[in-house]
Design a protein around this ligand. Structure first.
Ligand code: DON
Length: 565
């Protein structure tokens, strides 16, 4: 083809695509590998493995280290999910999702006219769910850990005492959120994340209050958080600033072992998170849709690839809104949702030359927020144990509320409930009865920690932050590997696209759509919005010879790191 006939944009796309498809160096390791969103946390995990800890010990140490080095998402007062595959081939999943406090009720964010005040579900003390992380880490350690509990807390305590050197990303994030953090923490002392001047790359930030809280957790396990001094500090914060979490709520919190959701995709076994995450169900629905429509016969980035993906996502996210919620409070029809016959009918209306319109909702559409305040880490050890953990405060720095004297942020996970049927949350996700607020109930999540097996052997460990885009990011990484046969680095680097039924829009990273594909999609009526980045993966791949290859998504998040040995 004559070069002069190409538009400069098309040429740029081809170059970008080509640079994406040139294999980059991804190192392989034999003994163990830790991929997290922060290089210091990855090093902590690797050191625990080198000391003789297993992947589960390393996960506990990484979770606590992230609370220090990555305070906008790493946490002790948030929650998350872990998907596990042991070296013996057993599967498990741990739900340490937050719960609604006992005094919560369905209309708690609505005024007397029934209008939702999202500021209350997103910021300040009323936005906080009862934290699950510390109980989750205890249960994980009790069941699978090998090293002493205290040893797993030591790296985090040391980092909090000695201080963390701020990366450019973290300094900028603290500066961006300065006003919001200040607003929620007026008059409090010891808020290390607030200062007069700007934070700069290279500044050292210690957090003595957090070191003390972590030391209490080291000494007393879950009681170091849910009882005694730490619990007292949380309850005092609630009483002073209009929150509703009580000492009883804290004492009563329990994380839950759940049977993971397992599906098949073209000869691979997909092991993912069941409700109260929507991740596993949606992922398996999407993959089954790809199988029905033979995604593997299309090329990456083609019109057919993007259109099919968007049409599947439209239907899957509509199901999510109607049917998914906490299974302990709402009968979630999981089996039916991933049933082949059901999905054949559900996807039968997809046409390759026609866009389906998402149905209207009363609430207006909201902008998708580019947010990376959840975090995912993947770990494997020398024995072949694997764990995928996604953990979050929900928004950046959660509710922005710091517990005075405790040194940690509280989550704003209550916003993941449906505050009112059809009213979108911060990710534009809608819901109804299945995800309505009830005391003690867990809010629906999109977090999708996932493990993939091939021929009975560990093949991939993966996950991402990104709110509603988590599911589609994980989904795309799996089809990039299995259908488009990319190498490990390409799987993560390849540009991503996201759609979620409502708003009726397609979000695409800039280089995801060639001009030709973009105009063809627009001709059919797809509304395309360019998004700076979608998802931040932390993936581990296992080669045919059994070596571990870690790919941190440094293209989208510079601080991410794979540390292996
Ligand atoms: O559980 C969920 O689905 C959300 N709370 C996750 C939030 C998130 O991923 C934020 N940013 N990346």
């Amino acid at each position: 083809m004559c070069r002069t006939k190409l538009t400069s944009r098309l040429l740029a796309f081809i170059l970008l695509f080509f640079s994406c498809s040139v294999p980059l160096e991804s190192k392989s390791y034999k003994n163990g590998l830790v991929v997290t969103a922060h290089y210091l946390a990855s090093e902590v995990g690797k050191e625990i493995l080198q000391k003789g800890g297993n992947a589960f010990d390393a996960a506990v140490a990484v979770q606590f280290a992230l609370a220090v080095v990555y305070p906008r998402a790493g946490n002790i007062a948030g929650g998350g999910f872990a998907v596990i595959r042991t070296s013996g081939g057993d599967y498990n999943s741990l739900d340490f999702r937050e719960t609604a406090p006992k005094a919560a009720y369905e209309q708690m964010y609505c005024d007397k006219d029934g209008n939702v005040n999202s500021d209350l579900s997103q910021n300040g003390d009323l936005a906080v769910g009862v934290p699950g992380t510390v109980d989750g880490m205890m249960k994980l350690h009790q069941k699978y850990g090998r090293l002493r509990w205290g040893e797993l807390l030591e790296p985090a305590i040391k980092l909090a005492e000695e201080g963390v050197v701020l990366s450019l990303l973290e300094a900028n994030k603290l500066n961006d959120y300065h006003d919001q953090i200040q607003k929620q923490n007026k008059g409090k002392s010891l808020v290390p994340y607030l200062r007069e001047g700007l934070f700069r790359e290279g500044d050292t930030l210690s957090n003595i209050a957090l070191a003390r809280t972590l030391s209490r957790i080291k000494a007393s396990g879950r009681n170091g958080f849910y009882e005694g001094e730490t619990a007292g500090l949380i309850v005092a914060e609630m009483e002073k600033h209009g929150g509703i979490i009580t000492a009883e709520d804290l004492q009563g919190y329990q994380s839950v072992w759940r049977v993971p959701l397992i599906g098949d995709y073209r000869g691979h076994k997909i092991i993912s998170m069941p409700p109260p995450s929507s991740g596993g169900v949606a992922l398996i629905q999407l993959l089954k849709g790809c199988e029905m429509y033979n995604m593997n016969k299309y090329s990456f980035g083609s019109f057919e690839h993007i259109h099919l993906m968007v049409e599947l996502e439209r239907r899957v996210y509509a199901d999510r809104a109607a049917w998914l919620g906490d299974p302990d409070y709402y009968q979630v029809p999981v089996d039916r949702l991933i049933n082949d016959e059901y999905l054949e009918n559900r996807f039968a209306t997809i046409e390759m030359d026609k866009k389906t319109n998402s149905q209207d909702i009363k609430a207006g559409s909201v902008e998708l927020i580019e947010s990376f305040e959840t975090t995912h880490f993947s770990i494997v050890d020398s024995e072949g144990n694997a764990i995928a953990v996604t953990t979050t405060l929900n928004g950046n720095y959660g509710s922005k509320v710091m517990v005075e004297g405790g040194g940690f942020f509280l989550n704003n996970e209550m916003d993941d409930f449906s505050s009112k049927p059809g009213f979108p949350n911060q990710f534009g996700l809608v819901g109804g009865e299945a995800n309505a607020i009830k005391p003690g109930k867990r809010m629906l999540s999109s977090m999708t920690p996932t493990i993939v097996e091939k021929n009975g052997k560990l093949f991939m460990v993966l996950g991402s932050p990104g709110g509603s885009t988590i599911i589609t990011s994980v989904f795309q990484n799996i089809i990039n590997k299995i259908d488009f046969k990319m190498d490990s680095q390409q799987v993560v680097d390849a540009p991503r696209v996201h759609s979620q039924w409502l708003p009726d829009e397609v979000y695409a990273e800039a280089e995801a759509l060639s001009p030709k594909v973009k105009s063809k999609l627009e001709e059919l009526g797809h509304i395309i919005k360019i998004q700076n980045k979608i998802g931040v993966m932390a993936d581990i791949f296992v080669s045919d010879s059994g070596e571990y290859i870690g790919v941190a998504d440094t293209k989208r998040h510079k601080d991410s790191r794979a540390s292996g040995y």
